[in-house]
Design a protein around this ligand. Structure first.
Ligand code: 5GP
Length: 212
């Protein structure tokens, strides 16, 4: 297998349960690492600097964009969110599968820059369930929930750009499903370039020898 890790983008409607899913995946398998994003949103109660996000202001965020320090960034409900470049590249080179938990505009930018990345979209079983989870979380005001639901409507238009959709109904099954998708992705020709190149060269020299 190729040494380079796979870049896995996980998106999904706000409230789809991506966070829990990713945490379980990281706990269960040590081949995954999570990229911590930078954001200008204010921390929610309990969120810690450098754990959920690197929290910063708009000025610093824009400076980071200027010096090409982000793989991608997007505005979401009035705040900037972006993926720091250095960590992603280091980890991929070290052979780890890097997870980006990002929204759809960012996902599409990642696909452009890293065409061999894997795009997975996570959704709850129904829209009703989505609203129930967002309200149940109890961390956002009614207004913010409304914004996030409107954003979900927009995002639902872009789902076709993803490689796979995973329905987050039972957590355990969903974690396994994602792990299987990554395992299958590793076997796609686009991620086996070195192997294919090597076998082509060998075939070529064997075939030449047979012809003599
Ligand atoms: P939240 O405020 O709920 O933590 O995140 C809001 C949205 O921003 C979620 O859909 C989340 O996946 C997305 N997000 C988090 N980090 C990034 C990032 O670095 N880039 C982009 N494009 N989206 C992000």
């Amino acid at each position: 297998m190729e040494k380079k890790g796979i870049l896995i983008v996980i998106s999904g409607f706000s409230g789809a349960g991506k966070g829990t899913l990713v945490r379980e995946l990281l706990k269960k398998y040590d081949e995954y690492v999570l990229s911590i994003s930078m954001t200008t949103r204010t921390p929610r109660p309990g969120e810690q600097e450098g754990v959920e996000y690197f929290f910063t202001d708009r000025e610093h965020f824009e400076e980071t964009i200027e010096r090409d320090g982000l793989v991608e960034y997007a505005q979401y409900c009035g705040n900037y969110y972006g993926t720091p470049r250095a960590y992603v590249e280091e980890q991929l080179a070290a052979g780890r599968n890097v997870i980006l938990e990002i929204e759809i505009q960012g996902a599409l930018k990642v696909r452009k820059e890293y065409p061999e990345c894997l795009l997975i979209f996570v959704t709850p079983p129904s829209a009703e369930e989505l609203e129930r989870r967002l309200v149940g979380r109890g961390t956002e005001s009614r207004e913010v929930i409304q914004k996030r639901l409107s954003r979900a409507v927009e995002e639902s238009e872009g789902v076709e750009a993803y490689d796979y959709i995973v329905v987050n109904d039972r957590l355990e099954e969903c974690v396994e499903e994602i792990h299987c998708l990554v395992d299958a992705a590793r076997r796609a020709p686009v991620r086996r370039n070195e192997f294919i190149q090597g076998i082509r060269e060998e075939l070529f020299s064997i075939a030449k020898g047979v012809q003599k």
